[in-house]
Ligand binder design. Structure first.
Ligand SMILES: Nc1nc2c(ncn2[C@@H]2O[C@H](COP(=O)(O)OP(=O)(O)OP(=O)(O)O)[C@@H](O)[C@H]2O)c(=O)[nH]1
Ligand SMILES: [Mg+2]
Length: 304
């Protein structure tokens, strides 16, 4: 077809800005996990949306922040890598927080990293949380700081302004053939999506630093004759004490996590799932390259 368009659109921003929420809304399915906590997304996650003759390949990225650990550095590198590959970069800024130090740092980095053939748009997100009067001032302030090609005011969660953004993105992608089959919505192995679903439930239930000190891997996936799937997953934690907390009193916590992850997996797959979770203490997993490749990250990116 002659008049098709396609390309990559990277969603970048501070942790918690709403990037994954926006990706899921654009795609119309939950392919990237979402929590109220910062640093939920750890690797690049691609989701595909169609708009007329355009194919929009959204790239959800980890939030950009000042990294401390190897994992943090690998996450931030993955985010900038996503931006580097994109035709269009959308910077999400939380409307109720405005031009924070974190956003300022991202803009400074953008000035160095963006090439002239890339377009950078601004999306003020969470507009449902502010009075509309503040939006104009914020738009002016941010555009004085960086020459965004366009500014959008959206609520990724409620859906306000998202159609306008999608339409503009579709128009502004380069001409070219589609990059994925028309019916594909995600570009992530199913075993990884499944591990992420469990990690989401763990992150929602566990407090303080614990969600940042564990990782989940799918170790086995078995299709059964009755149409159901048996999925085995390992949760790596760094301390004995953490294992106890993840299991919870009489195994209550892990049971709750397993139930809600299983329900979501069943919805996603449209069939029955038997989910088996095991917790393993591995004090050094944050320094093991295999854990990074399982997450879709480059271990070397974490070198300081
Ligand atoms: N009120 C409101 N909340 C939103 C909106 N968009 C996202 N959120 C909430 O903001 C929180 C963070 O959303 P995420 O999509 O996980 O944010 P993220 O940018 O992917 O975060 P990281 O992966 O940690 O970088 C969640 O609690 C969302 O429900 C919005 O438009 N309005
Ligand atoms: Mg995210």
């Amino acid at each position: 077809m002659a008049d098709t368009k396609a390309g990559f659109i990277a969603l970048i921003g501070e942790p918690n800005a709403g990037k994954s929420t926006l990706l899921n809304r654009m795609v119309g399915a939950k392919v990237s996990i979402v929590t109220h906590k910062v640093q939920t997304t750890r690797a690049r996650i691609r989701g595909v949306a169609m708009e007329g003759q355009s194919q929009l390949v959204f790239v959800d990225t980890p939030g950009l922040f000042r990294p401390r650990r190897r994992l943090d550095r690998a996450m931030v590198a993955a985010a900038w890598g996503g931006a580097a590959d994109a035709e269009i970069v959308v910077l999400l800024v939380e409307a109720h927080r405005g031009l924070t130090e974190g956003v300022e740092a991202i803009i400074e980095a953008l000035e160095e990293r963006i090439s002239p053939n890339q377009k950078v748009a601004l999306a003020l997100n969470k507009i449902d949380r502010v009075k509309s009067e503040v939006l104009l001032g914020l738009t002016e302030k941010l555009n004085a700081r960086y020459p965004f090609v366009e500014t959008f005011m959206i609520s990724a969660e409620k859906g306000h302004g998202v159609d306008t953004l999608r339409g503009w993105l579709a128009e502004n992608l380069p001409d070219g053939p589609w990059l994925y089959p028309e019916d594909q919505i995600a570009d992530l192995p199913m075993r990884m999506i499944a591990a992420e679903m469990t990690r989401e439930k763990l992150t929602l239930r566990l407090h303080q630093e614990l969600p940042y000190q564990l990782t989940v891997e799918t170790t086995n996936w078995e299709e059964r004759k009755d149409g159901s799937a048996r999925i085995d997953q390992l949760i790596y934690v760094i301390r004995d004490g953490h294992k106890g907390i993840v299991l919870g009193n009489k195994g209550e916590t892990i049971k709750g996590v397993s139930q809600s992850a299983r329900q979501e997996l069943e919805e996603f797959l449209g069939r029955r799932v038997h989910l088996f979770l095991q917790v393993k203490v591995r004090p050094n997993w944050l320094e093991e390259s295999e854990r990074y490749s399982e997450m879709g990250l480059d271990f070397k990116d974490g070198n300081s």
